[in-house]
Design a protein around this ligand. Structure first.
Ligand SMILES: Nc1ncnc2c1ncn2[C@@H]1O[C@H](COP(=O)(O)OP(=O)(O)OP(=O)(O)O)[C@@H](O)[C@H]1O
Length: 601
């Protein structure tokens, strides 16, 4: 990363520019020409003043007229060329912005499914969209000015020394002092503070998002604002950081601002000295006017270039984040599928740890799910059930062992084939902002009306649709149309049914379902799993009594395996879980009846 950082910032935008790479250098050249043309009028004005003052009795009006028009044309030319420079920089910026979004999106599309588990959509959006738009602002608006503010000082220094070297040297004193102060402010410590400033700003903004997201929980549990200590602490950290930052910059910044405006303070003694030495008074005055005009421009350019350092830093950080995303390790997918013998699913000695974790989430697991069979994974929270289901769909690649579908390693199955073979229904299934029909047809784009109806029917979603005035054409999220978690789950099941994939991976989503919804979801799940190879994560043990086999997962291992009866008979962990489950059901029933028996939970 550090090697990339050292690269000149503009070079880093080139990969995103597409074919017309010339636009960016063109914008810089035009901006440079415009800067020269903008300085020329000052030189010409100086020349005119000099002409008038040096010989007031015999003013050559024709000559002066010519220089005045030249000054005017130069100023107009400067504006026009600056306009062209902005056009080029905007075109370049749009290309880079689109290029960044395109490359970012292409990369996201090729990311392993597990990436989306670890990176929130908000964060991904920030990297791609916000990064692209920050870059756009930098390239379109700030870059042309930057070129000007590099070229102009060079020309100005030459002019300051050419017109009158003595006054030139004196007028450079404040600039040299200002420059030294700026160097001090941009020292390693200054840069460190700048980075800390942006980091703490980002931390505060992400903590504020968490805070807002958590408000419903706070309200529900009657907590005070102090339950959001992290947000509070981030504000305090930001405050302390800004305080230190301000203290560090207070003196140099005040000195810098004062000294940069102090050309006259240094020039006037010099002019008095030169007049005292008997030099030509009109010429000295003409030069003095020139220095008074030009020195503030110089100061302004130096001030501007200070802000550019910050703009460059922000653009660099945006591009760093995108580069990080683009460098994320993607999975290699096989182009040609080996033919699967059937739709069985097998784990052979599979071991897997999440990135950055030493703990094995899955430890030497082996099982086989024959075609058409249903297996339920049960066990305590954090045991590894979800990880097993996700490895089956190749969210991540296993560290050791093999995941096989129809005898073929999932690594050797092309992405499309794998996705066609598997239907996933997870607890946090999301519906897209679109019509319900579009949501369901996501499972099969060319589905016929009767296929959709059947899927709606089997997923127990008919009643949901009938209660909506626009039926299947109801747009989710519009006109206050929202579905409950359980209802959304049933629509997601309709989508999975339409897909009709031979292998179904289910995370039983009953967490947010009321009893009525739960009953309907159970019915829908049964329909979805009919004749399919089904791997189901079961949270309620009532739904596993009739499955072909139950795998009890604990601490990344399969600790028990068998049918419901066999496992009860065995008297191990499953039996304990079953008894606890029964007690919790009894507790609910008793508590509902209003007896004190609720205590037995
Ligand atoms: N994205 C992740 N990054 C790092 N560790 C993870 C991640 N997801 C899960 N884990 C860890 O892996 C282990 C297994 O988690 P997993 O979610 O598979 O368990 P589970 O049995 O499905 O739990 P639950 O029933 O609560 O959903 C746990 O220790 C968990 O903390």
């Amino acid at each position: 990363m550090s090697a990339t950082k050292k690269k000149f910032v503009l070079k880093r935008f080139i990969p995103y520019m597409g074919k017309k790479k010339v636009l960016l250098p063109l914008a810089l050249v035009l901006s440079g020409i415009s800067a020269v043309l903008n300085i020329l009028p000052f030189v010409l004005i100086w020349y005119i003043v000099r002409e008038i003052l040096s010989n007031p009795q015999a003013i050559d009006t024709l000559n002066i007229n010519f220089y005045a028009w030249l000054a005017f044309s130069s100023a107009v030319g400067g504006i026009l060329i600056y306009f062209l420079s902005l056009m080029s920089s905007h075109l370049a910026a749009f290309r880079v912005e689109v290029g960044m979004q395109k490359l970012g999106m292409e990369k996201i599309m090729s990311m392993p499914l597990g990436f989306f588990d670890q990176h929130s959509s908000g964060k991904i959006r920030k990297i791609v969209n916000d990064g692209a738009s920050t870059t756009h602002t930098f390239l379109a608006h700030q870059l042309p000015d930057m070129a000007g503010s590099v070229i102009s000082p060079v020309i100005l220094i030459a002019l300051l020394l050419l017109v009158d070297w003595k006054m030139g040297l004196v007028s450079l004193i404040p600039i040299i002092l200002g420059f030294m102060t700026m160097r001090f402010m941009m020292s390693e410590e200054g840069k460190k503070f700048q980075k800390m400033y942006y980091d703490s700003l980002e931390e505060m903004s992400s903590e504020s998002v968490e805070y807002i997201r958590g408000i419903p929980v706070v309200k529900t549990f009657g907590q005070t604002i102090f339950s959001f200590k992290r947000f509070y602490n981030s504000i305090i950290r930001y405050k302390e950081m800004v305080y230190d930052y301000t203290l560090l910059w207070r003196k140099p910044m005040s000195f810098f601002s004062t000294v940069m405006q102090s050309a006259a303070f240094f020039l006037i003694p010099m002019v008095i000295f030169m007049i005292g030495r008997g030099n030509n008074l009109p010429l000295i005055l003409a030069d003095f006017v020139f220095y008074l005009l030009v020195s503030p421009i110089f100061a302004m350019l130096i001030m501007k270039s200070m802000h550019f350092q910050q703009d460059i830093l922000i653009a660099e950080q945006a591009i760093d984040r995108l580069d990080n995303l683009l460098n994320y390790k993607t999975m290699a997918y096989s182009e040609h599928s080996k033919s699967m013998t059937d739709h069985s699913l097998e784990f052979k000695n599979v071991t897997f740890s999440y990135e950055g974790s030493d703990k094995r989430a899955i430890d030497q697991i082996s099982f086989k799910l024959n075609e058409g069979e249903t297996i339920a994974l049960v066990g305590a929270s954090g045991g590894g059930k979800t990880t097993i289901a996700r490895l089956a769909a190749r969210f991540w690649d296993v560290d050791e062992g093999e995941v096989l579908i129809g005898g073929v390693n999932v690594k050797d199955i092309p992405k499309e084939t794998l996705m066609e073979t598997i239907a996933l229904v997870f607890q946090n299934t999301k519906l897209f902002k679109g019509s319900l029909r579009e949501n369901v047809m996501f499972g099969k784009e060319e589905a016929s009306g009767s296929e959709i109806d059947r899927a709606i029917d089997y997923s127990q979603s008919k009643e949901i649709i009938e209660n909506l005035s626009d039926g299947l054409d109801t747009i989710m999220g519009s006109k206050g149309t929202y579905l409950s978690g359980g209802e959304q789950q049933r629509i997601a099941l309709a989508r999975a049914m339409l897909k009709n994939a031979p292998i179904v991976l289910l995370d039983e989503a009953t967490a947010f379902a009321d009893p009525e919804n739960e009953h309907l979801i159970q019915k829908a799940l049964k329909m979805l799993g009919r004749g399919k190879t089904t791997l189901m994560i079961a949270h309620r043990l009532t739904s596993v009594q009739n499955v072909d086999r139950i795998l009890v997962v604990d601490d990344g291992k399969i600790v028990e395996e068998g049918t419901h009866e066999a496992l009860l008979h065995k008297g191990g962990l499953y039996k304990v879980m079953w008894e606890e489950y029964q007690r919790s059901i009894d507790w609910k029933i008793v508590a509902k009846d209003g007896h004190e028996g609720g205590q037995c939970a």
